[in-house]
Design a protein around this ligand. Sequence first.
Ligand code: SF4
Ligand code: SF4
Length: 218
Amino acid sequence: MGAVTEFIKGLRVTGGTMLRTIAGEGPVTIEYPKEKRQKPQRFHGRHVLNRYPDGMEKCIGCELCAGACPANCIYVRGMDNDPDNPTSPGERFGFVYEINMLRCIFCALCVEACPTEAITMTHLFEMSTTNREDAIYTRETLLMDEKGGVPHMFPDDELADMDELAVADGWVRATAPSGVAAYQGVKMWQGTPGPADWAPEPDQSELDVLSAAEDNDG
Ligand code: SF4
Ligand code: SF4
């Protein structure tokens, strides 16, 4: 008797779904991987190491991201810049940068800790590998090229969606440096080349205008 009841319940679920589909309310599934869902702005996917629009690397090798990482999966080593041919605008640059994606919990604390917005996260989540070594993303894999492109782990994959590498997570935008309320909701990215083309953050004079506007509103 119990089996018959369960069978009837199953038929009801199937019939209900069919009726919803006929009524234009379905299907609720999509044909992944041919089709991909729009992800929320703050979706935390694989990381990318950014450059300034002039091609300089943003990473200054300070290791704050590694210190903030709760999973202890970032390894950074800084090196002094060559004064005649600097890699970053700082004294040093990150000449070794590795993230062990098998340990990463995609919390974005590294993004928050970074003082130069060098490390950010994209919307790309397709990172399966057939061996552990490939799950350790090196500087070569993470660093964008001078036009803003990011090396893909699987460049021959027809389904590799480069657009997902161009979408940065919104974590930094929502937080305020030093807790200054005037930054709330203000785009906080520094300029970056490439498809994302993030506008530079406003300078202090613009922030003063924002503060004044906020005061007036209050
Ligand atoms: S997202 Fe979190 S766990 Fe992953 S590297 Fe950054 S700080 Fe570490
Ligand atoms: S990514 Fe940011 S926090 Fe990490 S070493 Fe580079 S500059 Fe420092």
